[in-house]
Write a protein that binds this ligand. Structure first.
Ligand code: SAH
Length: 428
């Protein structure tokens, strides 16, 4: 399959402006990205702005950042020039920088993003008729070592901050031209369903025409285990769902967990988003291998936590993800056991064809097997869509993240080594 790839950080003149400036003296200033409106007001007070004023100013800044997509204090024209100068000296609005942007033949886009400390994470946009889902990372790497997941072969480097999580949404909106008066940058190579690109965004937020919403849903299903980075994920999702900002309703945000049982009730109470569980097996002996976290929190405990998930109802079902692995978890008997296990839990079942990666020990179940499995689940009354793999050609599908950035880095290193070798070679 043909794919298009764009190297943005390495000198693309059309890339939208990104404010990454360190503060005076070279020390990074605290970032205001990912800070709640209340937190913004407090931050402004540290700069000598009076408490009453600070709330109004915080609302203005919040609006500039999350409704208009401003990337610098300079753009915030309803704030006095001198205050803007002071703010720019004290805080940063830096977003992660884009290393590469790839667009799959099916319209899926994947960004490799570089964080201030040089670490990289990946964010994926999946357009579908009537909706667009942004798959966001919560950690650099992962501790879980799920056997079928390529991200799991990568050690945890660190948790992302709330700002780095929100920053992924902001970058996606930049690149999709989703801010009022902005358009998708022409440098983007559009695929099916991604819409036309008509020019780079200005970043000044001065125009008011609201573009059609591209990101309708957010899923915490990228790299990492979101419930092992609870506070940052909670704070970030509060900002993403704030009705005076990015305004993605909590019913359109899904947090996926491999089953960190002690945090599940807290997730419902403090975050209040839709829950997805990476179940993948119906017996502890199988799940112990596929998802080693199961040895700590076995299936019965996990499902008990789901039964008690705050707010769960037929209108707000829990999604159970089940990756189809040939000969491992895909028999008719497994399907019947799955139905029995989920009895009494308002549930949706997502069957995910396994996305292969180099050197994996697993294979995807045959299509006929997946259909037979789905039929048993359907007959039991569950809508069980088989999730069409998206973005496989750019390694953006479930479980393929990070591997690609490592591969890219490896190929970049190789290219550099070759160039250096050529440079070093004595000319004839
Ligand atoms: N740690 C969280 C978030 C990751 S979400 C969790 O485990 O839920 C990524 C989803 O993709 C999970 O359901 C994961 O189990 C699934 N996945 C991982 N590797 C996969 C692969 N190679 N093919 C298909 N799905 C995979």
């Amino acid at each position: 399959m043909a794919t298009t790839s764009l190297d943005i950080a390495r000198g693309n003149p059309h890339a939208p402006p990104i404010d990454t400036g360190p503060g005076p003296g070279g020390d990074p200033c605290p970032s205001l990205i990912g800070v709640s409106r209340g937190g913004l007001a407090t931050a402004l007070q540290t700069q000598g702005i009076a408490a009453r004023d600070s709330r109004m100013r915080a609302s203005q800044i919040f609006n500039w950042l999350y409704v208009r997509g401003a990337t610098s204090f300079d753009a915030m024209t309803n704030i006095s020039k001198s205050m803007r100068t002071d703010l720019a000296a004290a805080f940063t609005l830096a977003r992660p920088t884009i290393v590469t942007e790839q667009c799959s033949t099916d319209g899926t886009r994947k960004w490799v993003l570089r964080l201030a400390d040089g670490n990289e994470v990946e964010t994926v946009f999946i357009p579908e008729p009537g909706r667009g889902t942004l798959c966001v990372s919560s950690q650099v790497g992962c501790t879980l070592t799920c056997r079928f997941c390529h991200t799991g072969t990568q050690q945890l480097v660190r948790n992302l901050t709330a700002g780095e999580i929100v920053g992924q949404v902001l970058i996606a909106r930049d690149r999709l031209g989703e801010w009022p008066g902005h358009h998708a940058p022409t440098s983007t190579v559009a695929g099916p369903g991604t819409g036309p690109g008509t020019g780079p965004g200005t970043g000044d937020g001065t125009s008011t025409g609201a573009p059609q919403r591209r990101i309708t849903n957010v899923v915490m299903m990228g790299m990492g285990e979101p419930l092992y980075n609870f506070e940052a994920v909670r704070d970030a999702l509060d900002v993403v769902s704030d009705g005076d900002g990015l305004s993605v309703s909590k019913r359109r945000i899904t947090l996926s967990t491999a089953g960190v049982v002690p945090q599940i009730a807290r997730c419902g109470a403090e975050i209040g988003v839709m829950l997805a569980i990476s179940l993948h097996a119906v017996r502890d002996d199988v799940r112990d291998i596929l998802v080693p976290l199961n040895k700590k929190y076995p299936i019965a405990e996990l499902l008990e936590a789901c039964r008690r998930y705050p707010g769960v109802s037929n209108a707000r079902r829990i999604t159970f993800e089940y990756v189809m692995l040939k000969g491992i978890n895909d028999s008719d008997q497994d399907a019947r056991a799955l139905v029995r296990l989920l009895k009494g839990i308002p549930a949706k079942i997502n069957l995910i064809p396994f996305n292969p990666w180099p050197d994996t020990a697993y294979e995807c179940s045959d299509w006929g097997r997946i259909e037979a499995f789905a039929q048993i689940v359907n007959r039991a009354g569950y809508a069980s869509p088989v999730r069409t793999p998206r973005g496989r050609d750019i390694l953006a599908a479930c479980g393929q993240l990070k591997s690609a950035s490592e591969k890219e880095r490896a190929s970049t290193r190789l290219a550099r080594a070759r160039a250096q070798a050529q440079d070093a070679a004595p000319s004839a």
